[in-house]
Design a protein around this ligand. Structure first.
Ligand code: PMP
Length: 441
C-alpha cells in the first residue's frame, strides 16, 4: 500500500532516515504534516493523539505560540553568537533559571545540542574531574545492560542495547551492570517494582574486578526509556549512590527522557530522592522544538575542574552551538510555560489516573507486562513465534490508523504523552490502544 498524498507527495528517496528500516518505511510511509496541543495531523488530514510527546520531548504540547514568539524575537535580536571566549546574556540567564528547578547543589550547567552530546560531555567531565584531583587514572566507565545513552561513541559504549552496538567499535575500559528487567518477579508492578534492589550490588563486583581507583563514573537512566520503560526497583538508585560514594566514583543520571516533569517532579532524581553528581538532559529542555541539551553539574565537580591545578587549560570541550541564543530563548519560554501552567505538578496529579487506565489493559491478548511511572508507561506483548518485534510494529501501524501515536521498541509499546493531557484524553488513548490490542493475533 502506498499513501495518497495528493499533490503534496514528496520524493522520499533522498532522506536516509534515522533509526528506521528505510526500505520498509518508504514502501508504506507515515507522514505527519502539522501539530497542535495534544494532536498531530497526518498529510492525509487525519488527527492523531500524541501518545509519545513526539519522541519523549514535547512535554508542554505542540504549537505553543509563546515559544514561537520568543524564537522569532531572538532570531531578529541576536541570531548567533560564539560561546568560546565570548558570551551572551541569554545564555547566562537560561543557565541561571535552570538551576532554580535543578536538584539541590546541581547549579552549574554545560550546554550541548542533544542527548547524545550531553552524555559524551558528562563522561568527559567525569574524567576531567578525577584528573584535576590528581586521579587521572580513573578513566573507566560503567553503564548498564539495556541502557540507552545516545549514539556518540561514548554513549554507545556505556549503553547496553545490542542492536545499537554490534556494528561499531566501542570504548575500552567500559563495563555494564545487569539490567533491572525482571518479569518473573515484577510483572504488572505499579510504579517502582518491589524486587531488584540487589541488582545494584553487582556494582561492588565490577569495582572489585577493575579496582575502584580506575573507575571514573557510573551512568544509568533513572527510568530506562528506550529499553521499554523500566522504572527502578525500590531502593536501587539509593544503593548505587551509596556504593559510588564509598569508592569515590561519580554517579551520572541520564535524565534525557525523565527530565522536565516526566516522572512527577522536575527531575527523576527529585522524584526518587537520590541526587547524582552529573545529570544529562535534552528533549523537554526546549519542549523538543529547538535541538538543545544540558548537563547539570554539582558545584564541587565544576569547581574541581574550573578552580583546579590546570585551570588555564580547564576543559577542552564544547560545541559551536553550545548555549545557542535561539535555543536559550526557546528554553526560557518553555520554562515560563512549565511554571505558569504548573505542568510538573499537573503531570504528577494525573499520574494515578494514568496508572489505572494503563493497567486496565492487562487482560488484552498477548499482554505480558504493564509498567508505569509518572506519565510514562509501557505495555509489553509476547513476541510472535519466529518474528520478534512483528506484533509491536503491527500495534504501531494499527494505532496510527486508529488515531493514536505510540512508540514500538520490539514488542514493547511505550507511551509518554504530553503533560497537558486531559483525563478524557487519557481515556481515549487507552480505549484506542485497547481496541487495537484486541484485534492483534
Ligand atoms: N539518553 C537517553 C536516556 C535518551 O533517551 C536519548 C534519546 N532518546 C538520548 C540519550 C539521546 O538523545 P539524542 O537523540 O537527543 O541524541
Amino acid at each position: 500500500m502506498s499513501a495518497d498524498f495528493g499533490d503534496n507527495r514528496p520524493d522520499l528517496a533522498a532522506w536516509w532516515m534515522p533509526f528506521t528500516a528505510n526500505r520498509q518505511f518508504k514502501a508504506d510511509p507515515r507522514l505527519l504534516a502539522a501539530a497542535s496541543g495534544m494532536y498531530y495531523r497526518t498529510v492525509e488530514g487525519q488527527e492523531v493523539l500524541d501518545g509519545t510527546s513526539g519522541l519523549w520531548c514535547v512535554n508542554a504540547g505542540h504549537g505553543r505560540a509563546e515559544i514561537a514568539d520568543a524564537v522569532r524575537q531572538q532570531l531578529m535580536t541576536l541570531d548567533f553568537a560564539p560561546s568560546f571566549q565570548m558570551g551572551h546574556p541569554i545564555g547566562f540567564e537560561f543557565a541561571q533559571r535552570l538551576t532554580k528547578i535543578a536538584p539541590a547543589g546541581m547549579d552549574r550547567v554545560f550546554f550541548t545540542n542533544s542527548g547524545s552530546e550531553s552524555v559524551d560531555t558528562a563522561l568527559k567531565i567525569a574524567m576531567a574531574y578525577h584528573r584535576a584531583r590528581g586521579e587521572g587514572q580513573r578513566t573507566k566507565l560503567i553503564g548498564r545492560e539495556k541502557g540507552y545513552h545516545g549514539v556518540g561513541f561514548g554513549g554507545l559504549s556505556v549503553g547496553g542495547l545490542v542492536n545499537n552496538r554490534r556494528t561499531f567499535v566501542t570504548l575500552p575500559g567500559v563495563d555494564h551492570l545487569p539490567s533491572t528487567y525482571d518479569l518473573t518477579r515484577n510483572a504488572f508492578s505499579r510504579g517502582l517494582p518491589a524486587h531488584g534492589v540487589e541488582k545494584a550490588d553487582a556494582l561492588e563486583g565490577l569495582i572489585a574486578l577493575h579496582g575502584p581507583e580506575t573507575i571514573a563514573a557510573v551512568i544509568v537512566e533513572p527510568v530506562a526509556g528506550s529499553a521499554g520503560v523500566l522504572p527502578p526497583p525500590v531502593g536501587y538508585l539509593a544503593r548505587l549512590r551509596e556504593i559510588c560514594d564509598r569508592h569515590g566514583i561519580l554517579l551520572i543520571f541520564d535524565e534525557v527522557i525523565t527530565g522536565f516533569g516526566r516522572v512527577g517532579a522536575p527531575f527523576a532524581s527529585q522524584a526518587f530522592g537520590v541526587t547524582p553528581d552529573l545529570m544529562t538532559t535534552a528533549k523537554g529542555l526546549t519542549n523538543g522544538v529547538i535541538p538543545m541539551g544540558a548537563v547539570f553539574v554539582k558545584r564541587g565537580v565544576h569547581d574541581a575542574i574550573v578552580q583546579g591545578p590546570e585551570a588555564a587549560i580547564e576543559f577542552f570541550h564544547g560545541y559551536t552551538y553550545s548555549g545557542h541564543p535561539v535555543a536559550c530563548a526557546a528554553g526560557l519560554a518553555v520554562l515560563d510555560i512549565y511554571a505558569r501552567e504548573d505542568l510538573f505538578a499537573r503531570g504528577a496529579a494525573i499520574a494515578p489516573l494514568w496508572e489505572a487506565a494503563l493497567h486496565s489493559l492487562h487482560a488484552q491478548p498477548h499482554v505480558i507486562d504493564i509498567r508505569n511511572v509518572g506519565l510514562m508507561g509501557a505495555v509489553e506483548l509476547s513476541p510472535r513465534e519466529g518474528a520478534p518485534g512483528a506484533r509491536g510494529y503491527e500495534v504501531l501501524v494499527k494505532a496510527l490508523a486508529a488515531g493514536l501515536l505510540v512508540r514500538a521498541t520490539g514488542d514493547i509499546i511505550a507511551l509518554s504523552p504530553p503533560l497537558i493531557i486531559s483525563e478524557a484524553q487519557v481515556g481515549a488513548l487507552v480505549e484506542i490502544l485497547g481496541g487495537v490490542l484486541a484485534g492483534i493475533d
